[in-house]
Design a protein around this ligand. Structure first.
Ligand SMILES: Nc1ncnc2c1ncn2[C@@H]1O[C@H](COP(=O)(O)OP(=O)(O)OP(=O)(O)O)[C@@H](O)[C@H]1O
Ligand SMILES: [Mg+2]
Length: 313
């Protein structure tokens, strides 16, 4: 549905997007992840027909952004990173304005606006002034606006930026709902954990280059480190020194790394280590009592850092 084929875009001497190849298929919610200045917005603007690539081809549903801009604009909903809202409009007037701009006949506008307001949970705010809405509501209005012409493809540039945790969760469920409705979504963010719960696939971009694209599970697998376990040792009269336990664990071949701070001991197991019960045996044999024993999942952030450090095979 969305295809980038060796797309490059430079601003002066800076290569913002560097030989980028990417495909996003029907039914996908694609998370586009990268740090500031990575080239996410530039890529999305190329797909939205707002910037011309210097070389390579970008297309949506087989149509080239350079030659078929008008068709593509009707097929996509593009939400920029900074949403311009007009001061003197009410929510419904704002949506009427964009519906008119898309050439939707007056008779159809009202029912369409009703349905996007309902979907974005803004029905009660339809008569509110746009600039009086909270940031979260304005972001939802931004989504309502890009839905008004019923596009099949949504390009959403950081829709959750600046939102509080509750508003983020609401935005996430809205986007999941849009995915369920069969829309193809490309959503950018630097907040990885946010995307991990709703995306079917992700792409990681840094300095214009795509470092990874594929499923989240695969991203984890490629960055697989051994399992990590945090053990907190109980403090009691005559408790032995945790460093002795840490040393004992460190010398076990099934362990890759150990760090010890106070009574908390972090253990990283070697890849392929089977189970972690042996740590409990080491503790008992060192005369320690265990206050807590917590296996930690590798976080997406860790995977991301590894991938952007060039750890991709
Ligand atoms: N119109 C422009 N003129 C000159 N340089 C630009 C322009 N737009 C973007 N750039 C540069 O291109 C690079 C990529 O920018 P882009 O906005 O695509 O990054 P981004 O991944 O969206 O970052 P952010 O997370 O901060 O939004 C940056 O170095 C930026 O300074
Ligand atoms: Mg950006």
């Amino acid at each position: 549905m969305i295809k980038l084929d060796h797309v490059t875009k430079c601003f002066g001497s800076l290569t913002a997007v560097d030989d980028l190849c990417l495909e996003i298929g029907e039914g996908e919610i694609f998370g586009f992840i990268g740090p500031n200045g990575a080239g996410k917005s530039t890529t999305m603007k190329i797909l939205a027909c707002l910037l011309r690539p210097d070389s390579g081809t970008a297309s949506i549903d087989g149509r080239n952004v350079l030659s078929d801009g008008n068709r593509i604009r009707r097929m996509i909903g593009y939400m920029p990173d900074f949403l311009g809202v007009y001061d003197d409009l009410r929510v419904d007037e704002y949506l009427h304005f964009f519906a008119a701009a898309f050439g939707i006949p007056r008779k159809k506008r009202k029912s369409l606006i009703d349905s996007v307001l309902e979907l974005t949970d803004l029905t009660e705010k339809r008569k509110a002034m746009v600039d009086s809405l909270s940031r979260g509501m304005q972001q939802r209005l931004g989504v309502a606006r890009v839905l008004i012409h019923e596009p099949r493809v949504l390009l959403l540039d950081e829709p959750a930026s600046g939102l509080d945790p509750r508003a983020r969760i609401e935005m996430r469920s809205l986007l999941t709902e849009l995915g369920r409705m069969g829309k193809v979504l490309m959503v950018s963010s630097h907040i990885l954990s946010e995307l991990s719960q709703m995306c079917t696939s992700i792409g990681i971009i840094e300095r214009g280059k795509l470092l990874y694209s594929g499923s989240i599970e695969d991203a984890y697998a490629r960055t697989a480190t051994g399992e990590r376990i945090q053990i907190v040792l109980e403090s009691f009269d005559g408790a032995p020194d945790p460093a002795v336990f840490a040393e004992r664990v460190r010398s076990d071949a099934r362990v890759m790394n150990v760090s010890c701070e106070g009574r908390a001991v972090d253990v990283e197991l070697s890849e392929g280590a089977q189970g972690h019960h042996f740590l409990i045996e080491h503790a008992v044999q060192s005369g320690q009592r265990i206050a807590s024993f917590t296996p930690c999942k590798v976080e997406l952030e860790d995977a991301f850092l590894k991938l952007t450090k060039g750890a991709v095979q």
